[in-house]
Design a protein around this ligand. Sequence first.
Ligand SMILES: Cc1cc2nc3c(=O)[nH]c(=O)nc-3n(C[C@H](O)[C@H](O)[C@H](O)COP(=O)(O)OP(=O)(O)OC[C@H]3O[C@@H](n4cnc5c(N)ncnc54)[C@H](O)[C@@H]3O)c2cc1C
Length: 407
Amino acid sequence: MHNNDITIVGAGSAGLTLALLLAPTGLKITVLEQGDAPTQQQVTHQRVSALNLASKRVLEHVGAWPAIAATATAYHQMQVWDADSFGRIEFNAGQERLSQLGWICDNEQIRVALYQQLQQHANVELLFNCTINSIAQSERDVVININQQQLLLSRLVVGADGVNSLVRREMQLPLAHWDYEHQAIVATIGTQLPHQATARQVFLPTGPLALLPLPDPQQCSIVWSCNPERAAELLAMDEMAFNQALTAASNSVLGVLARQTVPQAFALKMRYASNWVRGRAVLVADAAHSIHPLAGQGMNLGLMDVAALAELISEAVADNQDFSETRLLRRYERWRKAEAQTLIAAMETFKRGFSNKQPLLKLVRAVGMSGVDQMPWLKSKIIAAALGNSGDLPKLAQPMLKTQHSA
Ligand SMILES: Cc1cc2nc3c(=O)[nH]c(=O)nc-3n(C[C@H](O)[C@H](O)[C@H](O)COP(=O)(O)OP(=O)(O)OC[C@H]3O[C@@H](n4cnc5c(N)ncnc54)[C@H](O)[C@@H]3O)c2cc1C
């Protein structure tokens, strides 16, 4: 006798999207979240994510996209340059016959939009401010002990509980990790010059600084990755000194910059669970892998995980098969691990390539960037990857699929 079919631990972007994707199966789903329910507040854009076309398709399918898009910025250009050399590369949506290259979306607004959609599904229950005491498995069930020793019996548990996943620990799924030796400082800033819907990233010797356009033409969100010593210096600065350092780091590309929110720092680590499955437990998104934000791909990768898992589970339910069997979960694991490994390797190459100070390598880097800028076919390939239009995509994320919510 089960209390439900699937328990999803974590109501972040991955957990909520998975619940919505699975809702049409009719399975009884419970989402357990340690924090509060997302609430519609003033959008500060303190935490944003650059979402690609593949993610948009998934969020469109579950009906959350219009509310996300209402506070998002579509960007049409991307400029990347090396502060230490003449290396520079530009991407333009028009040249690729695209309307935009991606969207800068507010993280909390994504959760709010997903949560609103979930209200329409009676078979999905959300428990907020929930404490998980333990998770155990027998051959047929998962037993989750929550709150005041209340037991929840499920057929499958999904760990969508982020980088410090409790599901991963409780299921003893081994984790490989290394420190990027970077902290990412995020803040909302005002810019003297309009950003012109362009996402910018400069590679400094201490790490990359991204200026991501927000709906106000003179406002950006920054993700400034640097070594811990530099991050501590920046965070200790008063407002004026911080603004001067930021303006200088950006090569004054948008004139004088001024912070509008208090900067927040996040330690950056690569994490990769070497197993994502144990019995009837499975990991998705940041619980399974986390990468450097320099290419803005972490949330996109997580949304593809949940779209892939939901696809396999939905097919099994439609065929009257056991949706929680290890064989199915292993299929998901093989599928998505390949994508995660590719991105982990790419982030490492980028990070190492741009932090190397040897003159010869700097020259190779500059020539390489400027060379790529002159090769339209290669730029198109890079853009296809950044848009999420390459790789082994879940059906919902593939181009040309008309979804129930698309225009
Ligand atoms: C500085 C920075 C910039 C980034 N920029 C981008 C970008 O531009 N584009 C992009 O695609 N990605 C970006 N990312 C990555 C992106 O933010 C993450 O990949 C994404 O938010 C992960 O979503 P998630 O749902 O897996 O985890 P989370 O958002 O961490 O959600 C996990 C949820 O689980 C809950 N939880 C945790 N433990 C428990 C527990 N024991 N019991 C119950 N609930 C629990 C948490 O409270 C949380 O609500 C960035 C990351 C950083 C750090």
